[in-house]
Design a binder for this molecule. Structure first.
Ligand code: ARG
Length: 455
């Protein structure tokens, strides 16, 4: 493979550690696209004759057809996708195939292929995130007035509506989409023509190949072009944050689907039973969304460590960039699709949520706020008086709205019967009309706004 300089072939172990074809064959379509753009450009600047270019293009098409029907024999002795395709091309068309590598290197080739591949992945992930938002939005709309307990410290805090809780995830996944879109912008510059690291003495046209491949422009520095993997890191960072969001959602589904909560029931299609306990319905799919976060974040950490301390420009260490990105992309896409389907098919128990919404004196803040509003009390004083009311209710084993007016008056004699208006969970959520609040009317506004923004 290395022409005149090498007398011996590689040791079998060298082939094993060195070959990347086992995984980088996934880049074949993007490698072919890069070669087509390169061949056309070489002909346009006079480095190939038109018939040579046409022979190359026809040869590349034939290779693509073979790969697509599974008849291409990928060979580890040819190391990677670039050499496999080039060797087969030359075998098929002879001399013109040997000219294709003029003014390029595998270093700019792999950087180009990987960017093109990841750009497609990012576009797909954006669509999957949008699908997830669409389902969350439709369920948020349907459940815009379904009361549930809102938690802080996982302790009952204040009543909210289920639609509002779901809309929090719509926001998170919206930011995720923004992060991927931002990464895509920086990714979309062409390394092709940087050659090994220094550029080339041939009169190539990097703008032409960049345009042909849908890049915004050629990368400005040839050394950076072959050594930069920020685009892979940015994708993995975005994927990690998305995975963390999915994991938090998954954790809530796991919790809510316990008999103790009983807020949701995951569909049978996304649950499994137990081999010993007949009553069990385990939320396996949700647990796996949570679990796969570890490997996605692990991929980010792994690639960060691979790149740490690498001198410019290309080093073979960088071949280790592919597998973590492939693995993270595959699992992220799987998790997004499964998460969407789980949300779509779960059933929500309105009664269980409603009952739980009032447990734990969740309208205590409403009582304090009422004292501020109706009695003109400073909030700190109202907070203390409400604390006494909660203590009394606890002693009497009653809920706040179950206390009698006399009992409430024992806490502060200025309290009147009007107070009962604010102590129910429905009145509580209906009153939270500040922008971004949980009042059902606000949730409907938020849903309408998010639909125009995201769908
Ligand atoms: N398979 C290599 C990789 O993935 C392609 C670039 C090889 N370049 C080199 N100079 N050996 O990184």
């Amino acid at each position: 493979m290395w022409g005149g300089h090498f007398a011996d072939g590689p040791a079998p172990l060298m082939e094993q550690i060195n070959a990347s074809i086992g995984f980088d064959k996934r880049l074949y379509a993007h490698d072919l696209a890069g070669s087509r753009a390169h061949a056309r450009m070489l002909a346009a600047v006079g480095l190939l004759e038109a018939r040579e270019r046409d022979a190359i293009l026809a040869g590349l098409d034939a290779i693509e057809a073979k790969i697509e029907v599974g008849e291409f024999d990928f060979s580890p002795s040819l190391e990677d996708i670039h050499m496999n395709i080039e060797a087969r091309l030359t075998e098929a068309i002879g001399e013109p195939g040997r000219k294709l590598h003029t003014a390029r290197s595998r270093n700019d080739q792999i950087a180009t292929d990987f960017r093109l591949w990841l750009r497609d992945v990012i576009d797909g992930v954006d669509g999957l995130l949008q699908d997830l938002q669409r389902i969350l939005l439709s369920r948020a709309e349907a459940h815009h007035d379904w009361v549930m307990p809102g938690f802080t410290h996982l302790q009952a805090a204040q009543p909210v509506v289920f639609g509002h809780h779901l809309m929090a995830y719509v926001e998170m996944f919206g930011r995720d989409r923004g992060r991927f879109a931002d990464a895509r912008k920086r990714l979309n510059e062409s390394p092709l023509g940087a050659a090994a690291l220094a550029g080339t003495s041939f009169p190539i046209d990097r703008t032409a190949t960049a345009e042909a491949l849908g890049f915004d422009r050629p990368m400005a520095n040839s050394i950076d072009a072959v050594s930069d993997r920020d685009f892979a890191l940015e994708f993995l960072a975005g994927a990690s944050i998305t995975a963390i969001h999915l994991s938090r959602l998954a954790e809530e589904l796991v919790l809510w689907s316990t008999p103790q909560f009983g807020f949701v029931k995951m569909s049978e299609a996304f649950s499994s039973g137990s081999s010993i306990m007949p009553q069990k319905r385990n939320p396996d799919a949700a647990e796996l969304l949570r679990g796969k976060t570890g490997r996605i974040v692990g991929s980010l950490n792994g690639l960060l460590m691979t790149l740490k301390g690498l001198p410019l420009a290309y080093s073979k260490d960088m071949q280790e960039d592919k597998e973590p990105v492939f693995d993270a992309a595959d699992n992220l896409r799987l998790c997004l699709a499964a998460g969407t389907a789980m949300i779509e098919t779960m059933t929500v128990n309105r009664e269980a949520m409603r009952l739980a919404a009032g447990i734990g004196y969740t309208t205590a803040t409403d009582l304090a706020d009422w004292m501020v509003r109706a009695l003109g009390m400073p909030f700190r004083e109202a907070h203390a008086a409400t604390g006494r009311a909660v203590k009394l209710a606890e002693e009497l084993r009653l809920d706040l709205p179950e206390l009698s007016l006399d009992q409430l008056k024992s806490v502060d004699e200025r309290i009147t019967a009007d107070v009962f208006d604010v102590l129910t969970v429905d009145r509580s959520v209906a009153s939270r009309t500040s922008f971004g609040g949980t009042a059902p009317s606000c949730v409907l506004d938020a849903v309408a706004h998010a639909k125009t923004r995201y769908l």
